[in-house]
Design a protein around this ligand. Structure first.
Ligand SMILES: [Zn+2]
Length: 149
């Protein structure tokens, strides 16, 4: 692991000195979906379940500045709805079984898939935001000055 992190740091430093630290949207998405740093591809994007490390310890990228808001939750709900809810409505057993049985199975599936997919989808969103250059700092610059009437 230590050698891997060192190799990634050297690659990142070389790319940075050559001015090649700009990533494509597909690269950012792939790296983020694996919960890796979108800039250097090291597994250091999250410090917890959903907590983003403000700075990558390998390449120093400011990954904490990307405003994910609720879009990761939205994509997760969209995925779960298509994977669990819609197919379950087409299965006749769901309608004929006792309510407690069908709901306990469906809700367990929804809970497991949601909690499993959410950090990966959040990583993918951060990767796309890193590739497109969307930052909190950009929003602060574009905000008009507050009026003092
Ligand atoms: Zn990094």
């Amino acid at each position: 692991m230590d050698a891997y992190v060192r190799m990634i740091a050297i690659q990142s430093l070389l790319a940075h000195t050559r001015g090649m630290d700009q990533i494509t949207i597909s690269e950012g998405l792939k790296r983020g979906l694996r919960r890796h740093c979108p800039h250097c591809d090291s597994p250091t994007l999250f410090s917890g379940y959903l907590t983003v490390q403000p700075r990558c310890p390998v390449c120093g990228a400011d990954n904490g500045q990307h405003r994910v808001d609720d879009i990761a939750s939205y994509f997760t709900i969209l995925l779960v709805g298509h994977l669990v809810i819609a197919p379950s409505l087409a299965i006749p057993w769901v309608w004929s079984a006792p309510l407690w049985a069908s709901m306990s199975i469906l809700m367990t599936l929804v809970l497991v898939i949601t909690l499993t997919a959410l950090p990966y989808i959040k990583g993918g969103v951060i990767g796309v935001l890193a590739a497109t250059g969307d930052k909190k700092a950009d929003d602060a610059k574009q905000r008009p000055a507050s009026r003092t009437d």
